[in-house]
Design a protein around this ligand. Structure first.
Ligand SMILES: O=C(O)[C@@H]1CCCCN1
Length: 550
């Protein structure tokens, strides 16, 4: 079979349907292994119809689920590798603050992950948190924990970077928009010339036996919040950075935030005494979960990675030597015929491959229906909101404002998360981790006013927690989530057709994990043993799949 008017291989090793971040990383891994790979995308690239567009995403290791925490260690390494290949910064370390009720099990699981994986971070009471981040106004009974390795991924740039090597090494662009091998750092929000500091992914300390932050059902005594001392305000311009975390401003008079690493920070800017509620955890010889950890390494990891080769600087024969990839955008899949050889018909041609990977985001079930499978996926339209600073720069990356993740703060049933002002000067990205059910084909239809409770929830949150922001969104953009009931991904083979692999249901938290997801889908596709336990991602975990679905 041949594409209309285009020469190409008669039989690909793998066709990947969907060139969002998950499909692009899958094609990238396949092409790097020398697999003849065709990456199909229904829209001309770049586009903003799915879930991978926009300039920023959070990258973090603070995950409540152990399986993602494990995957993130490798994901950081693979992002760093891609960054070296692209020759352009893809990441900016800002730190992340997880904010939640100190008794919240999810908050406690995040704390446990940080301790168990020896991830640098700190624990805050409501009072010490407000001292370190005057722009944030926590409330009684809330606490914070920071993940110093976290930051912002430059999403658009990352997507482009992973698509370019995927086919540039693979040699052929058959049609569609030519994306070009980068010859210089693409424009974007990163500081020019600033190489990001990729945090150490591997644990560096021997950890004490886990006595169970949350796992044993014991509430974590994270401190005695003294809410009366709090004051509204924002980070003063030019405020000095905290010595412990790059993402913190720490005025001299503010009480110290205890370190997750097992001792209170002591220094000219910090008080020596741990806060009363933390004392039992922080005492030498404690059997608590913080026992036995090393003193914090407070300095930011030195950049020190030297100049990176740009793809464009490699000799063309090197760039094109690797066998594999081709990308066809602007081609919508209209039919898939399973079999030992899978036949995929698009609006532009007919292609065949030994295996197929479907990474179609919110279109997953539309493609799977003719293959007899419907996954319990809910597609949601998400409002991506930006909020104006009252004092310019107060919540910006340059002022060391961190990313944050508020767990059920303000009684909101879902999480609220934010990223410091960066892509739009003076505007902070703050979003609700849920949205209104929507068909991806109709995502541009304005929702009814009643379908916008999230904006009201965000306004309440901004008023109460971020008093230095104007509590009206200045910009609202949109993207799609595809949620599973448990918000774990689907990474599995089709139950009937083992050479059809499905990546779906990334539930609004998949971007940062895409390097590992792509590797796993590649491994499933080529018949290798996956690098991680796949149980959380299996289709069969959904007990209620109707028989007709299979
Ligand atoms: O995965 C993340 O890190 C962000 C924040 C939390 C919810 C949405 N996505």
């Amino acid at each position: 079979m041949a594409a209309v008017g285009e020469p190409h291989s008669s039989l690909y090793d793998t066709i990947v349907v969907g060139a969002g971040i998950q499909g692009s990383f899958t094609a990238y891994h396949l092409a790097k292994r020398g697999r003849e790979t065709l990456l199909l995308e229904q829209f001309p690239l770049p586009h903003s119809r799915g879930s991978s567009h926009g300039q920023s995403r959070i990258i973090r290791r603070a995950y409540p689920q152990e399986h993602y925490a494990q995957m993130m260690a490798e994901s950081y390494r693979l992002w760093e590798q891609l960054e070296a290949e692209a020759g352009a910064p893809l990441y900016r370390q800002t730190g992340l603050l997880v904010l939640g009720a100190d008794t919240n099990p999810e908050f406690q699981r995040c704390c446990r992950t940080l301790v168990q994986h020896d991830i640098p971070g700190e624990l805050f009471t409501a009072e010490s948190l407000h001292g370190c981040f005057p722009g944030i106004q926590p409330h009684c009974g809330e606490a914070g924990v920071s993940d110093r390795t976290a930051g912002v991924l430059y999403a658009d740039r990352a997507l482009r970077a992973v698509q370019v090597p995927g086919w540039a090494w693979g040699a052929r662009l058959l049609s569609g928009q030519e994306m070009g091998v980068p010859t210089a750092s693409p424009p974007g929000p990163a500081t020019p010339g600033a190489a990001p500091a990729w945090p150490q992914a591997r644990p560096t300390a021997t950890l004490a036996t886990d006595t169970g932050w949350g796992s044993a059902g014991v509430p974590v005594p994270v401190g005695n919040a003294q809410c009366s001392a709090q004051r509204p305000g924002v980070l003063p311009r030019g405020a000095r950075s905290c010595t412990a975390l790059p993402g913190m401003s720490h005025p001299r008079h503010v009480p110290s935030a205890p370190s997750l690493q097992g001792q209170a920070r002591v220094g000219p800017q910090h008080t020596a005494m741990p806060e009363p509620g933390l004392a039992p955890l922080l005492s030498p010889g404690t059997r608590g979960p913080l026992a036995g950890l090393r003193a914090p390494s407070c300095a930011a990891r030195p950049l020190g990675q030297g100049p990176r080769p740009r793809l464009s600087q490699l000799p063309p024969q090197d760039r094109f030597r690797r066998c594999g990839g081709a990308l066809r955008d602007g081609e919508k899949v209209t039919d898939i015929k399973p079999g030992v050889v899978v036949t995929v018909t698009t609006s532009g041609g007919v292609y065949q491959a030994k295996s197929l990977v479907i990474t179609a985001g919110p279109w997953a079930n539309k493609l799977l229906a003719p293959l007899g499978l419907q996954l319990p996926l809910q597609t949601l339209r998400i409002n991506v909101c930006y909020w104006k600073e009252k004092v310019p720069g107060a919540y910006g990356v340059s002022a060391n404002f961190p990313c944050f993740l508020a767990i059920r703060a303000n009684q909101a049933p879902h999480h609220i998360y934010g990223l410091p002002a960066n892509e739009y000067p003076g505007l902070v990205k703050i979003c609700y981790h849920s949205g209104s059910p929507a068909d991806p084909e109709e995502r541009d239809r304005p929702p009814k006013a009643s379908a916008l409770p999230d904006i009201q929830i965000l306004q309440d949150f901004v008023s109460k927690y971020l008093p230095g922001l104007v509590p009206e969104p200045a910009v609202v953009e949109h993207c799609m989530y595809t949620n599973t009931p448990d918000e774990d991904f689907v990474l599995d083979r089709h139950p009937k057709f083992s050479n059809i692999v499905i990546g779906a249901g990334f539930s609004g938290h998949g971007f940062k994990l895409a390097p590992v997801v792509g590797k796993l889908l590649c491994q499933l596709s080529v018949g290798e043993e996956p690098s991680y336990a796949m149980e959380p991602f299996r289709i069969r975990r959904f007990p209620a799949l109707p028989a007709a679905a299979l």
